[in-house]
Design a protein around this ligand. Structure first.
Ligand SMILES: Cc1cc2nc3c(=O)[nH]c(=O)nc-3n(C[C@H](O)[C@H](O)[C@H](O)COP(=O)(O)OP(=O)(O)OC[C@H]3O[C@@H](n4cnc5c(N)ncnc54)[C@H](O)[C@@H]3O)c2cc1C
Length: 461
């Protein structure tokens, strides 16, 4: 990849917040339990930032004036014959899967933490380990009920107010309050389990082609890469829904008793994380037989991380996780190996241990304005850094990577941390941003809905 100079002074303006990181905000936080309360807040003339489960990594759910959280908007209605689910925006994904498990129906994309909310993940147009097969969450959203800036509730879909629909899904709360959504579900076996076959690879060669899913049989593929003494160790997983007898994998037991102390040690001491990974790679993982996990364990495997963060915060300990996700365009698949190698090598030279690299393929999405796959699919690469970190330096290195990838046609995904110099994201998202701003001018001309993230990343809303 070609390198560009990044001005540290500019990067310094990128403020940090988020999952596990300290942040300050002078905003008032208000919980609304009825539509009338929500409407009164919207009509108050204040600048509103929406919040769901508050698991966003960056400042997506932080604001400076009024932070609004819905509570009790969690009705779930299943139409089994039509395979559709209507669900309130404050329902958590844990509630949704709790209700659907055993019905033989599931939304194609469910994020990996059970305390995220419907409103939060639709606003992020989220992805999951099944995205290589099923794309982003938005693909299965049929319609939304939205409380708009004028205080009116509107339905929107691909045919009704489509500009509002395509700007709200993945719109990070900038168009209005999502009150509820209707999803198209897919059929899965009962009992619903996930069968995973794991392969070990000691190099990255051919990674892009290995990550192609088997669409015929709905078998997804994803890889986790860790480095040991500068050499990659890749675990490539192929997974599909099944109803086979259980044979669970350790990472898919998020409520296991030792999970919290293990996660905390790994978070705090990179060397422990590396030792753990080496153990998994060398000893634990078996390639000769498939793992079969229950639906909750496989889907919400990050719950252990959330629980560990909460436990650490309760006793006043730090639990920092920085994740930045990059999209490498599909037609530049050959860049994937080079990007992963170079990212790790550069960050290592700068003194950082890349805890993990997750990667998978995501197909081209629909025209959801702020979605990273709006204009084409590609390989999504997430770099994770944990523990006590020199954040200023890390921001600079991640910003440099963002710049260099941009020159190759790639972009930073908006849903995790976003460290990029001012102006870069404007350029990377230009067509979608124009679409989003047109919807914003029509539906929220006084810019009632905003967040620190919107203000910072897309400065001139
Ligand atoms: C442990 C962990 C695991 C994760 N796993 C995944 C994953 O598998 N896939 C993935 O894509 N992401 C993942 N993420 C990122 C996370 O899913 C997204 O940030 C998600 O949006 C968080 O949902 P939330 O309910 O916590 O929303 P919040 O963090 O509260 O808000 C997220 C965004 O949604 C907006 N919003 C919230 N509620 C509403 C509403 N009612 N109407 C309109 N806008 C609203 C907010 O303004 C904000 O912009 C993960 C994060 C963590 C910490």
């Amino acid at each position: 990849m070609r390198r560009r100079r990044v001005d540290l002074a500019l990067v310094e303006r990128v403020r940090l917040s988020s999952y596990g990181n300290s942040h300050s905000s002078c905003a008032e936080r208000r919980v609304v339990r009825t539509l009338e309360q929500a409407r009164a807040a919207v009509r108050s003339g204040r600048r509103i930032t929406l919040r769901g489960g508050a698991l966003a990594f960056d400042r997506q759910a932080l604001g400076q004036d009024l932070v609004l959280a819905l509570d009790g908007f969690d009705e779930l209605r299943l139409d089994h014959d039509a395979a559709q689910l209507s669900v309130g925006a404050s329902a958590t994904w844990g509630q949704v899967i709790g209700m659907l498990d055993g019905t033989g129906l599931l939304p194609p994309i469910v994020v990996s933490a059970s305390t995220t909310t419907i409103g939060g993940t639709i606003s992020s147009n989220s992805i999951s380990r099944f995205s290589p097969v099923f794309g982003n969450e938005g693909r299965s959203v049929r319609s939304l009920e939205l409380l708009c800036a004028d205080g009116e509730v509107r339905s929107c879909s691909r045919t009704e107010h489509p500009d509002l629909f395509f700007a709200s899904v993945g719109g990070l709360g900038g168009l209005g309050v999502i009150l509820s959504a209707r999803y198209q579900l897919m059929s899965v076996p009962v009992p619903t389990r996930v069968c995973t076959r794991v392969e070990r690879h000691a190099e990255l060669d051919g990674l892009a082609s290995r990550l192609r899913p088997d669409l015929q049989r709905s078998v997804t593929a994803y890889a986790v890469v860790a480095y040991s003494r500068g050499r990659p160790r890749v675990l490539l997983a192929r997974a599909s829904y099944c109803d086979d007898p259980l044979n669970t994998m350790l990472p898919h037991r998020p409520s296991a008793r030792l999970r919290v102390p293990i996660e905390w040690v790994i978070n705090r001491f990179p060397i422990a994380g590396q030792a753990f990974w080496n153990f998994a790679y060398d000893v634990y993982v078996r390639e000769d037989r498939p793992y079969v996990d229950d639906l909750f364990g496989f889907t919400f495997f990050q719950d252990g991380n959330v629980a560990s963060r909460r436990a650490a915060q309760r006793v006043g300990l730090g639990f920092r996780v920085i994740q930045q996700t990059f999209l490498i365009p599909e037609q530049r698949g050959e860049l994937l190996e080079c990007f992963v190698h170079e990212a790790e090598a550069r960050l290592r030279r700068a003194g950082f241990h890349t805890a993990l690299v997750d990667t998978l393929y995501v197909p081209r999405g629909e025209r959801f304005a702020l979605s990273s796959t709006r204009d084409g699919g590609g390989f999504v690469v997430t770099l994770t850094y944990e523990g006590p970190l020199d954040l200023r330096r890390l921001q600079l290195e991640l910003s440099r990577l963002a710049c260099d990838l941009h020159t190759e046609g790639g972009r930073v995904h908006l849903v995790k941390n976003v460290f990029a110099p001012p102006g870069l994201m404007e350029a990377a998202y230009a067509p979608g941003l124009a679409q989003w701003r047109a919807a914003k001018r029509r539906w929220d001309p006084e810019r009632r809905f905003s967040s620190d993230f919107h203000e910072q990343v897309f400065a001139a809303q």
